[in-house]
Design a protein around this ligand. Sequence first.
Ligand code: HEM
Ligand SMILES: Nc1nc2c(c(=O)[nH]1)N[C@H]1C(S)=C(S)[C@@H](COP(=O)(O)O)O[C@H]1N2
Ligand SMILES: [Mo]
Length: 337
Amino acid sequence: MKRSLSLAGRRTNLALLAALAVALGSGALAFAVGHPSGGWAAQIHGAAGLAILLLSPWKSIIVRRGLTRASRRKGASIALTVLTVAALATGLFHSSGILLSLQAVTAMQLHVGAALLAIPFALWHVRRRPGRAHRTDLSRRNALRTGTLVGASALGYLGLERTVRLLGAPGAPRRFTGSYESGSHDIDVMPVTQWLDDDVPLIQAGGFALEVGGRSLPYELLASYDDKVRATIDCTGGWFSEQDWSGVWLDRLLQDAPGARSIRAVSATGYSRAFPLSDAPRLLLAVRAQGLPLSAGHGGPVRIVAPNRRGFWWVKWVDRIELSARPWWLQPPFPLT
Ligand code: HEM
Ligand SMILES: Nc1nc2c(c(=O)[nH]1)N[C@H]1C(S)=C(S)[C@@H](COP(=O)(O)O)O[C@H]1N2
Ligand SMILES: [Mo]
Protein backbone atom coordinates (compact mmCIF):
# COMPACT_ATOMS: atom_id res chain seq x y z
CA MET A 1 0.00 0.00 0.00
CA LYS A 2 1.24 3.42 -0.91
CA ARG A 3 0.96 6.14 1.67
CA SER A 4 0.81 9.58 0.14
CA LEU A 5 3.17 12.22 1.30
CA SER A 6 2.00 15.10 3.47
CA LEU A 7 1.49 18.42 1.73
CA ALA A 8 4.59 19.84 3.41
CA GLY A 9 6.61 16.85 2.26
CA ARG A 10 5.48 17.24 -1.31
CA ARG A 11 6.38 20.90 -1.24
CA THR A 12 9.84 20.16 0.05
CA ASN A 13 10.42 17.58 -2.66
CA LEU A 14 9.28 19.94 -5.42
CA ALA A 15 11.48 22.73 -4.12
CA LEU A 16 14.47 20.40 -3.87
CA LEU A 17 13.94 19.16 -7.39
CA ALA A 18 13.78 22.74 -8.68
CA ALA A 19 16.91 23.72 -6.76
CA LEU A 20 18.76 20.67 -8.11
CA ALA A 21 17.73 21.51 -11.67
CA VAL A 22 18.84 25.14 -11.24
CA ALA A 23 22.14 23.99 -9.71
CA LEU A 24 22.84 21.66 -12.63
CA GLY A 25 21.86 24.22 -15.28
CA SER A 26 23.70 27.16 -13.74
CA GLY A 27 26.75 24.95 -13.06
CA ALA A 28 26.94 24.08 -16.74
CA LEU A 29 26.48 27.77 -17.60
CA ALA A 30 29.23 28.79 -15.19
CA PHE A 31 31.47 26.33 -17.03
CA ALA A 32 30.66 27.82 -20.41
CA VAL A 33 31.15 31.45 -19.37
CA GLY A 34 34.48 33.12 -20.09
CA HIS A 35 33.60 36.82 -20.00
CA PRO A 36 33.05 38.79 -16.77
CA SER A 37 29.57 39.79 -18.01
CA GLY A 38 28.53 36.18 -17.31
CA GLY A 39 29.62 36.23 -13.68
CA TRP A 40 25.98 35.93 -12.58
CA ALA A 41 25.97 32.24 -13.56
CA ALA A 42 28.33 31.26 -10.74
CA GLN A 43 26.37 33.46 -8.30
CA ILE A 44 23.04 31.86 -9.15
CA HIS A 45 24.78 28.53 -8.90
CA GLY A 46 26.07 29.21 -5.40
CA ALA A 47 22.58 30.31 -4.30
CA ALA A 48 20.99 27.16 -5.78
CA GLY A 49 23.50 25.00 -3.90
CA LEU A 50 22.63 26.81 -0.69
CA ALA A 51 18.91 26.33 -1.37
CA ILE A 52 19.54 22.59 -1.32
CA LEU A 53 21.39 22.98 1.96
CA LEU A 54 18.54 25.07 3.43
CA LEU A 55 15.94 22.47 2.43
CA SER A 56 17.89 19.55 3.84
CA PRO A 57 16.43 19.68 7.40
CA TRP A 58 12.91 19.30 5.96
CA LYS A 59 14.00 16.64 3.56
CA SER A 60 15.59 14.67 6.37
CA ILE A 61 12.18 14.40 8.05
CA ILE A 62 10.70 12.88 4.91
CA VAL A 63 13.67 10.59 4.53
CA ARG A 64 13.46 9.35 8.10
CA ARG A 65 9.82 8.49 7.57
CA GLY A 66 10.65 6.78 4.32
CA LEU A 67 13.39 4.70 5.86
CA THR A 68 11.11 3.21 8.51
CA ARG A 69 8.70 2.14 5.79
CA ALA A 70 9.44 -1.19 4.24
CA SER A 71 10.68 -0.56 0.75
CA ARG A 72 13.08 -2.32 -1.47
CA ARG A 73 15.41 -0.52 -3.81
CA LYS A 74 16.42 2.28 -1.52
CA GLY A 75 19.87 2.03 -3.05
CA ALA A 76 19.28 4.63 -5.73
CA SER A 77 17.80 7.14 -3.27
CA ILE A 78 20.78 6.68 -1.00
CA ALA A 79 23.17 7.11 -3.95
CA LEU A 80 21.37 10.33 -4.92
CA THR A 81 21.72 11.63 -1.36
CA VAL A 82 25.40 10.72 -1.10
CA LEU A 83 26.22 12.28 -4.48
CA THR A 84 24.29 15.48 -3.72
CA VAL A 85 26.02 15.84 -0.36
CA ALA A 86 29.36 15.18 -2.08
CA ALA A 87 28.61 17.88 -4.68
CA LEU A 88 27.61 20.33 -1.92
CA ALA A 89 30.71 19.58 0.13
CA THR A 90 33.18 19.76 -2.76
CA GLY A 91 31.52 22.97 -4.02
CA LEU A 92 31.97 24.59 -0.62
CA PHE A 93 35.50 23.18 -0.30
CA HIS A 94 36.41 24.75 -3.63
CA SER A 95 34.74 28.10 -3.03
CA SER A 96 36.14 28.56 0.47
CA GLY A 97 39.53 27.24 -0.55
CA ILE A 98 39.59 24.92 2.46
CA LEU A 99 40.38 21.90 0.31
CA LEU A 100 41.28 22.41 -3.33
CA SER A 101 42.62 19.02 -4.29
CA LEU A 102 42.99 15.43 -3.18
CA GLN A 103 46.00 13.66 -4.65
CA ALA A 104 45.71 14.20 -8.40
CA VAL A 105 42.09 15.40 -8.61
CA THR A 106 40.82 18.88 -7.87
CA ALA A 107 37.81 19.57 -5.66
CA MET A 108 36.20 21.06 -8.78
CA GLN A 109 36.68 17.83 -10.75
CA LEU A 110 35.15 15.82 -7.91
CA HIS A 111 32.37 18.40 -7.71
CA VAL A 112 31.37 18.09 -11.34
CA GLY A 113 31.88 14.31 -11.30
CA ALA A 114 29.52 13.87 -8.33
CA ALA A 115 26.93 16.20 -9.89
CA LEU A 116 26.96 14.44 -13.26
CA LEU A 117 26.72 11.02 -11.61
CA ALA A 118 23.74 12.27 -9.61
CA ILE A 119 21.68 13.04 -12.73
CA PRO A 120 20.61 9.46 -13.61
CA PHE A 121 19.75 8.75 -9.96
CA ALA A 122 17.75 11.97 -9.76
CA LEU A 123 15.78 11.03 -12.90
CA TRP A 124 15.16 7.55 -11.57
CA HIS A 125 14.15 8.88 -8.17
CA VAL A 126 11.59 11.23 -9.69
CA ARG A 127 10.21 8.50 -11.94
CA ARG A 128 9.73 6.16 -9.01
CA ARG A 129 8.17 8.76 -6.74
CA PRO A 130 6.41 11.19 -9.02
CA GLY A 131 5.00 14.13 -7.09
CA ARG A 132 1.97 15.31 -8.99
CA ALA A 133 1.47 19.03 -9.27
CA HIS A 134 -1.77 20.31 -7.73
CA ARG A 135 -3.75 23.35 -8.61
CA THR A 136 -3.10 24.68 -5.08
CA ASP A 137 0.65 24.69 -5.81
CA LEU A 138 0.09 28.01 -7.52
CA SER A 139 -1.39 29.63 -4.42
CA ARG A 140 -0.24 32.98 -3.15
CA ARG A 141 1.07 31.32 -0.01
CA ASN A 142 3.32 29.06 -2.04
CA ALA A 143 4.58 31.99 -4.08
CA LEU A 144 5.50 33.57 -0.76
CA ARG A 145 7.28 30.41 0.36
CA THR A 146 9.20 30.23 -2.90
CA GLY A 147 10.18 33.87 -2.57
CA THR A 148 11.40 33.26 0.96
CA LEU A 149 13.53 30.30 -0.14
CA VAL A 150 15.02 32.23 -3.08
CA GLY A 151 15.69 35.26 -0.89
CA ALA A 152 17.27 33.22 1.89
CA SER A 153 19.48 31.40 -0.62
CA ALA A 154 20.62 34.63 -2.24
CA LEU A 155 21.32 36.21 1.16
CA GLY A 156 23.10 33.05 2.27
CA TYR A 157 25.28 33.12 -0.81
CA LEU A 158 26.14 36.81 -0.41
CA GLY A 159 26.82 36.23 3.29
CA LEU A 160 29.08 33.30 2.52
CA GLU A 161 31.05 35.27 -0.07
CA ARG A 162 31.34 38.22 2.33
CA THR A 163 32.53 35.93 5.11
CA VAL A 164 35.13 34.25 2.90
CA ARG A 165 36.50 37.68 2.02
CA LEU A 166 36.32 39.14 5.53
CA LEU A 167 38.15 36.16 6.99
CA GLY A 168 40.69 36.36 4.20
CA ALA A 169 40.00 32.67 3.58
CA PRO A 170 41.98 31.07 0.76
CA GLY A 171 38.87 31.37 -1.45
CA ALA A 172 38.82 35.18 -1.28
CA PRO A 173 40.78 36.03 -4.46
CA ARG A 174 38.78 33.77 -6.80
CA ARG A 175 37.92 34.99 -10.28
CA PHE A 176 34.25 35.47 -11.36
CA THR A 177 34.31 31.86 -12.60
CA GLY A 178 35.36 30.66 -9.15
CA SER A 179 38.87 29.78 -10.43
CA TYR A 180 42.10 30.32 -8.54
CA GLU A 181 45.22 32.06 -9.87
CA SER A 182 48.16 29.83 -10.72
CA GLY A 183 51.55 30.64 -12.26
CA SER A 184 50.69 33.96 -13.94
CA HIS A 185 53.63 35.31 -15.97
CA ASP A 186 55.61 32.22 -15.07
CA ILE A 187 54.76 29.80 -17.85
CA ASP A 188 56.77 26.95 -16.32
CA VAL A 189 54.60 27.10 -13.20
CA MET A 190 51.32 27.35 -15.10
CA PRO A 191 49.57 23.96 -14.92
CA VAL A 192 49.58 21.65 -17.94
CA THR A 193 46.19 20.02 -18.35
CA GLN A 194 43.99 18.21 -20.83
CA TRP A 195 40.20 18.32 -21.19
CA LEU A 196 39.78 14.56 -20.86
CA ASP A 197 42.33 12.08 -22.06
CA ASP A 198 44.62 13.61 -24.66
CA ASP A 199 48.29 12.62 -24.50
CA VAL A 200 50.91 15.32 -25.03
CA PRO A 201 52.40 14.79 -28.52
CA LEU A 202 56.02 15.79 -29.16
CA ILE A 203 56.02 17.84 -32.36
CA GLN A 204 59.28 19.39 -33.55
CA ALA A 205 58.90 23.02 -34.63
CA GLY A 206 61.53 22.55 -37.34
CA GLY A 207 59.81 21.02 -40.34
CA PHE A 208 56.33 21.69 -38.91
CA ALA A 209 53.76 23.32 -41.17
CA LEU A 210 50.27 24.53 -40.30
CA GLU A 211 47.50 23.95 -42.81
CA VAL A 212 45.26 27.00 -43.10
CA GLY A 213 42.31 26.78 -45.43
CA GLY A 214 44.21 24.37 -47.67
CA ARG A 215 47.52 26.27 -47.68
CA SER A 216 50.58 25.00 -45.89
CA LEU A 217 52.34 27.61 -43.73
CA PRO A 218 55.78 26.67 -42.34
CA TYR A 219 56.51 27.24 -38.65
CA GLU A 220 59.19 29.81 -39.52
CA LEU A 221 56.59 31.97 -41.24
CA LEU A 222 54.23 31.80 -38.24
CA ALA A 223 57.09 32.60 -35.86
CA SER A 224 58.12 35.62 -37.94
CA TYR A 225 55.00 37.44 -36.74
CA ASP A 226 55.03 39.11 -33.34
CA ASP A 227 51.38 39.92 -32.62
CA LYS A 228 50.99 40.16 -28.86
CA VAL A 229 48.16 39.71 -26.40
CA ARG A 230 47.99 39.52 -22.62
CA ALA A 231 45.28 36.99 -21.88
CA THR A 232 43.98 34.79 -19.09
CA ILE A 233 43.43 31.09 -19.58
CA ASP A 234 40.70 29.89 -17.19
CA CYS A 235 40.42 26.12 -16.94
CA THR A 236 37.16 24.52 -15.83
CA GLY A 237 39.37 22.46 -13.52
CA GLY A 238 39.33 25.55 -11.26
CA TRP A 239 42.50 27.57 -11.98
CA PHE A 240 43.39 30.56 -14.15
CA SER A 241 46.66 32.07 -15.34
CA GLU A 242 47.56 35.31 -17.12
CA GLN A 243 50.40 35.25 -19.66
CA ASP A 244 51.81 37.37 -22.46
CA TRP A 245 51.30 35.39 -25.63
CA SER A 246 52.65 36.11 -29.09
CA GLY A 247 52.22 34.77 -32.58
CA VAL A 248 49.84 35.80 -35.32
CA TRP A 249 46.21 36.94 -35.32
CA LEU A 250 44.30 34.35 -37.29
CA ASP A 251 42.59 36.83 -39.64
CA ARG A 252 46.02 37.77 -41.00
CA LEU A 253 46.41 34.26 -42.42
CA LEU A 254 42.94 33.79 -43.86
CA GLN A 255 42.11 34.30 -47.50
CA ASP A 256 38.65 35.08 -48.83
CA ALA A 257 36.44 32.04 -48.56
CA PRO A 258 32.96 32.81 -49.93
CA GLY A 259 30.22 31.24 -47.85
CA ALA A 260 32.48 30.42 -44.89
CA ARG A 261 30.83 30.93 -41.51
CA SER A 262 33.11 29.19 -39.06
CA ILE A 263 36.71 28.29 -38.38
CA ARG A 264 37.68 24.94 -36.91
CA ALA A 265 41.02 24.61 -35.14
CA VAL A 266 42.05 20.96 -35.30
CA SER A 267 44.73 19.51 -33.03
CA ALA A 268 47.24 16.87 -34.10
CA THR A 269 45.51 14.71 -31.45
CA GLY A 270 42.11 15.04 -33.12
CA TYR A 271 40.73 17.42 -30.45
CA SER A 272 39.03 20.42 -32.08
CA ARG A 273 36.79 23.46 -31.56
CA ALA A 274 34.86 25.57 -34.07
CA PHE A 275 34.66 29.38 -33.73
CA PRO A 276 32.55 31.98 -35.53
CA LEU A 277 34.48 33.36 -38.51
CA SER A 278 34.00 36.85 -37.09
CA ASP A 279 36.25 35.88 -34.17
CA ALA A 280 39.32 35.52 -36.41
CA PRO A 281 40.74 38.97 -35.52
CA ARG A 282 40.59 38.00 -31.83
CA LEU A 283 42.06 34.51 -32.06
CA LEU A 284 45.81 34.29 -31.74
CA LEU A 285 47.81 31.43 -33.19
CA ALA A 286 50.39 31.55 -30.43
CA VAL A 287 53.92 30.25 -30.84
CA ARG A 288 55.37 31.90 -27.71
CA ALA A 289 54.37 32.53 -24.09
CA GLN A 290 56.35 35.03 -22.02
CA GLY A 291 58.67 35.40 -25.00
CA LEU A 292 59.67 31.72 -25.03
CA PRO A 293 58.66 29.12 -27.63
CA LEU A 294 55.68 27.08 -26.40
CA SER A 295 56.61 23.88 -24.58
CA ALA A 296 55.02 20.61 -25.70
CA GLY A 297 52.81 20.57 -22.59
CA HIS A 298 51.42 24.01 -23.35
CA GLY A 299 50.61 23.18 -26.95
CA GLY A 300 53.81 23.77 -28.95
CA PRO A 301 54.58 24.42 -31.71
CA VAL A 302 51.25 26.27 -32.17
CA ARG A 303 48.16 26.72 -30.01
CA ILE A 304 45.03 28.85 -30.00
CA VAL A 305 44.82 31.72 -27.53
CA ALA A 306 41.17 32.69 -27.21
CA PRO A 307 40.80 35.67 -24.86
CA ASN A 308 37.55 35.67 -22.81
CA ARG A 309 36.89 32.02 -23.61
CA ARG A 310 37.35 29.14 -21.18
CA GLY A 311 40.43 26.92 -21.41
CA PHE A 312 38.81 24.17 -23.47
CA TRP A 313 38.67 26.56 -26.45
CA TRP A 314 42.44 27.09 -26.37
CA VAL A 315 43.20 24.17 -28.72
CA LYS A 316 46.79 22.95 -28.35
CA TRP A 317 49.03 21.36 -31.02
CA VAL A 318 46.97 22.95 -33.79
CA ASP A 319 47.99 21.50 -37.12
CA ARG A 320 45.00 22.51 -39.25
CA ILE A 321 42.61 25.46 -39.55
CA GLU A 322 39.49 24.63 -41.57
CA LEU A 323 37.00 27.11 -42.94
CA SER A 324 33.46 25.85 -43.12
CA ALA A 325 29.96 26.89 -44.11
CA ARG A 326 28.57 25.21 -40.98
CA PRO A 327 27.67 27.56 -38.16
CA TRP A 328 30.06 27.30 -35.20
CA TRP A 329 27.24 26.37 -32.79
CA LEU A 330 26.62 23.06 -34.53
CA GLN A 331 28.95 21.36 -32.05
CA PRO A 332 28.53 20.05 -28.52
CA PRO A 333 28.77 22.93 -25.99
CA PHE A 334 31.65 21.04 -24.35
CA PRO A 335 34.19 18.82 -26.10
CA LEU A 336 33.32 15.11 -26.04
CA THR A 337 36.91 13.85 -26.30
C1 HEM B 1 24.07 18.50 -7.60
C2 HEM B 1 24.40 19.58 -8.29
C3 HEM B 1 25.28 20.66 -7.74
C4 HEM B 1 25.29 21.22 -6.47
C5 HEM B 1 24.41 20.88 -5.29
C6 HEM B 1 26.32 22.23 -6.47
C7 HEM B 1 26.64 23.03 -5.38
C8 HEM B 1 27.67 23.98 -5.34
C9 HEM B 1 28.02 24.80 -4.20
C10 HEM B 1 27.30 24.77 -2.85
C11 HEM B 1 29.05 25.59 -4.56
C12 HEM B 1 29.73 26.66 -3.71
C13 HEM B 1 29.09 27.98 -4.05
C14 HEM B 1 29.75 29.15 -3.41
O1 HEM B 1 29.64 29.30 -2.20
O2 HEM B 1 30.39 29.96 -4.14
C15 HEM B 1 29.39 25.28 -5.93
C16 HEM B 1 30.39 25.88 -6.67
C17 HEM B 1 30.66 25.63 -8.01
N1 HEM B 1 30.05 24.67 -8.81
FE1 HEM B 1 28.51 23.47 -8.27
N2 HEM B 1 26.92 22.26 -7.71
C18 HEM B 1 26.32 21.32 -8.51
C19 HEM B 1 26.63 21.03 -9.83
C20 HEM B 1 27.62 21.66 -10.60
C21 HEM B 1 27.90 21.40 -11.99
C22 HEM B 1 27.17 20.36 -12.87
C23 HEM B 1 28.91 22.24 -12.37
C24 HEM B 1 29.62 22.44 -13.69
C25 HEM B 1 29.38 21.73 -14.78
C26 HEM B 1 29.28 23.03 -11.21
C27 HEM B 1 30.25 24.02 -11.18
C28 HEM B 1 30.59 24.78 -10.08
C29 HEM B 1 31.58 25.85 -10.09
C30 HEM B 1 32.39 26.32 -11.30
C31 HEM B 1 31.62 26.37 -8.79
C32 HEM B 1 32.52 27.49 -8.29
C33 HEM B 1 31.74 28.77 -8.24
C34 HEM B 1 32.38 29.73 -7.31
O3 HEM B 1 33.36 29.38 -6.67
O4 HEM B 1 31.89 30.88 -7.22
N3 HEM B 1 28.46 22.64 -10.15
N4 HEM B 1 28.53 24.29 -6.38
N1 LIG C 1 44.49 19.26 -28.20
C1 LIG C 1 44.03 19.64 -27.01
N2 LIG C 1 43.98 20.94 -26.70
C2 LIG C 1 43.53 21.35 -25.48
C3 LIG C 1 43.06 20.40 -24.52
C4 LIG C 1 43.11 19.03 -24.87
O1 LIG C 1 42.73 18.13 -24.10
N3 LIG C 1 43.60 18.68 -26.12
N4 LIG C 1 42.59 20.83 -23.30
C5 LIG C 1 42.10 22.22 -23.22
C6 LIG C 1 41.91 22.64 -21.84
S1 LIG C 1 40.58 21.99 -21.03
C7 LIG C 1 42.69 23.60 -21.24
S2 LIG C 1 42.32 24.26 -19.73
C8 LIG C 1 43.92 24.08 -21.89
C9 LIG C 1 45.09 23.85 -20.96
O2 LIG C 1 46.25 24.43 -21.49
P1 LIG C 1 47.64 24.27 -20.74
O3 LIG C 1 47.94 22.79 -20.61
O4 LIG C 1 48.64 25.01 -21.54
O5 LIG C 1 47.46 24.86 -19.37
O6 LIG C 1 44.17 23.44 -23.12
C10 LIG C 1 43.04 23.20 -23.93
N5 LIG C 1 43.48 22.68 -25.22
MO1 LIG D 1 40.54 22.93 -18.86
